[in-house]
Design a protein around this ligand. Structure first.
Ligand SMILES: *Cc1c(COP(=O)(O)O)cnc(C)c1O
Length: 355
């Protein structure tokens, strides 16, 4: 048995992978796979409509919002947001990790960026308290990263602000209950928690979207994709199909509420083992710990390398921390079963005793 703790692309639900495999070469009696079907065919139309419907149901997304399936990854959203809404305007960014910092860097190409708060001074090991953010009076929007995939921190509450709130939820979308109405835009590269790489989900308030600026390239305008229901050009059809299957799997397993409870148990189990004594240590501020990416260290880089190598022999893979921070990172997205986390915890106990 292999348990894949990779940060992304990452584990997908076994049942989803098996369903995709079963209909890979013959989609529901068509005689060919959905990957081979036209994006304008009735079969694919049903796929994209179902994927959207399932996401709307899971997250309780109202008709005030469009749900888009785009390409270019979350990284393209970093540029599209300021390009569409904030050319020559002031925007607030909260800098809580490499991804937030990259998002702000792209915004600087178009906008006057105010970094309202940053935790770079302590290697992004904590989240600056919301009350201390230095927000602009006239920000076109406020951008945050809800879960910092590399550093293992996560917002457990969101700011109540006047400016439209935009969140990069690439690594925690669909992991917990969410009040969509608090956000102007939510976006997520699918490859962490909702599907394969190559498709980006964007949930955007239509009134906010209507403020789009002029003279944008068609592919880089939200309006284009809203008007054409993500079918202006050929969308990432197979990825959308996979998101639909993942969403269907979530609905069949109790939806987001059930998933959140499981995610809290999984993370609780792992952090309890890390905190049990000084053998393992967690570099992040306790109140800001991520339920998705659990980062920890051992006494030396050598011991960490030994841990990763030995874990691999037990089928526990993908545990190496991001190259910029080192250490260990266990990504325990929705599709990581509780038994997988338990197998890691059991191995951690054994490794402690032997070392
Ligand atoms: C992985 C990740 C990204 C980058 O996503 P791409 O789809 O590779 O562009 C951006 N933000 C966060 C929070 C991520 O985890």
């Amino acid at each position: 048995m292999t348990y894949n703790f990779s940060a992304g692309p990452a584990v997908l639900p076994k049942a989803v992978m098996e369903k995709a495999q079963a209909e890979f070469t013959d989609y529901q009696g068509l005689g060919y796979g959905i990957m081979e079907a036209s994006h304008r065919s009735p079969e694919f139309t049903a796929v994209i409509e179902t994927a959207e419907k399932n996401l709307r149901e899971l997250l309780n997304i109202s008709d005030d919002y469009a749900v888009l399936f785009l390409q270019g990854g979350a990284s393209t959203q970093f540029a599209m947001l300021p390009m569409n809404f904030a050319q020559g305007k002031t925007v607030d960014y909260v800098d809580t990790g490499s991804w937030s910092s990259k998002a702000a860097k792209e915004a600087k190409l178009f906008s006057n960026v105010n970094v309202a708060a940053s935790s770079k001074d302590e290697n992004y090991s904590y989240l600056p308290a919301i009350a201390d953010w230095n927000l602009s009076d006239d920000a076109t929007y406020l951008h945050i990263t809800s879960n910092n995939t590399i550093f293992g921190t996560q917002f457990h509450e969101f700011p109540q602000v006047d400016a439209p709130l935009i969140a990069d939820m690439s690594s925690d979308i669909l992991s917990r209950e969410l009040d969509i109405d608090k956000f102007a835009v939510i976006y997520a590269g699918a490859q962490k928690n909702i599907g394969p790489s190559g498709v980006t989900v964007v949930i955007i308030n239509k009134d906010f979207a209507a403020k789009e600026q002029e003279n944008l390239p068609a592919m880089l305008s939200y309006g284009t994709h809203i008007d054409k229901d993500s079918l202006y050009n050929t969308p990432p059809t197979f990825g959308i199909y996979m998101i639909g299957l993942v969403a269907e799997w979530l609905l069949a397993n109790g939806g987001i509420k059930a998933m959140q409870e499981i995610n809290e148990r999984k993370a609780g189990n792992l952090y309890a083992e890390i905190d049990a004594d000084d053998f393992y240590s967690c570099p992040t501020n306790e109140a800001n710990r991520s339920l998705m990416n659990v980062c920890f260290n051992l006494a030396t880089p050598e011991l960490e390398a030994a841990f990763i190598a030995e874990a691999k022999t037990k089928g526990l893979v993908g545990l190496k921390g991001h190259r910029s921070v080192g250490g260990i990172r266990a990504s325990i997205y929705n599709a990581m079963p509780e038994v997988g986390v338990q197998a890691l915890v059991d191995f951690m106990k054994e490794f402690r005793v032997n070392n």
